[in-house]
Design a protein around this ligand. Sequence first.
Ligand code: GTP
Ligand code: MG
Length: 332
Amino acid sequence: MSPANPKQLARQVRDGDRRALARAITLVESTRVEDRKPANEILTILSPHAGNSIRIGISGPPGVGKSTFIESLGNHIIDQGHKVAVLAVDPSSAISGGSILGDKTRMETLSQRADAFIRPSPAGTMLGGVTRYTRETMRIVEAAGFDVIMIETVGVGQSETDVAKMTDFFLLMLLPGGGDELQGIKRGIVELADLIVVNKADGDLESVAARSAADYRAALGFLHPRRQGWIVPVVTCSALHNIGIVKIREVIDDFRNKMTDNGIINKSRGQQAKAWLWNEISSTLLESMRQNDGIRAKVAELEQQVTLGKISPWVAAQEIISTFQQQDNENS
Ligand SMILES: Nc1nc2c(ncn2[C@@H]2O[C@H](COP(=O)(O)OP(=O)(O)OP(=O)(O)O)[C@@H](O)[C@H]2O)c(=O)[nH]1
Ligand SMILES: [Mg+2]
């Protein structure tokens, strides 16, 4: 990639140039040191234009139909006059590289629409880093005028909690039959949901899906509501046959209206941004400690002693940190 002119690239992004948009995202995802400065500049220029969207997280076990659902809902929302961006947070794709292609083919009709933008997970990123870029990417697509953002993630690891923490609305998709533990859904994830959708409510599974939905509705009745003024609906749908999609869009609209009026979306975005700031501080600090030669030697030595039980991890950590602080003072 030729050296980017951040100002020009940012302007092109704002003007709706899709290649520029893809380039800006690649730049921000880049781990090359020389890309950091232009990336920061682009984010700073675009920042005032970000935020004007509803951010929807979509999670659920592998194969439940998330991508098929995003395609159905995305097409419907575009028909309503919106611009839809789809981002994928897929911890497995960084390793297998497999599902990116699958997602693209499953979102075939959506990816062909002018008002849709689909971005698979950055390949080859470390696990913890995936969401780090997704947050920035989200702001870039918002500045480009996309007002509905859907983030897909597989609901079996840490990533769905991260996604719930960076979105306004968290949709949990489940299969007919089988409780959440049977579906491999992590404990606590049901409590994060703003909407539960039982998918594949078609053919033989239609009645099973209705029963599952009733079970979840009953179970949710025992939970303390996560958000003031919002009772989590449980609905069935068939993403494949486009059944129940309009109803789900109405639920999301209803949520957005209520949670905008009572200020909850705004407040929670503020809290998310603050948490994100501290995340960045700790990961950047950690990274610079890891890159520091003096610290590396010290860490290797102390790690061994900690492993052998010769020194307490707490004491070792203090020693490493104070070494780092001393070096920092000498350098400045
Ligand atoms: N019968 C039926 N099949 C569906 C429905 N939605 C999706 N499927 C099928 O289920 C399979 C998985 O669908 P995907 O949309 O790829 O599921 P996913 O949750 O995105 O899968 P991963 O991204 O791999 O976790 C595909 O063969 C779909 O055609 C549905 O509503 N009814
Ligand atoms: Mg998928």
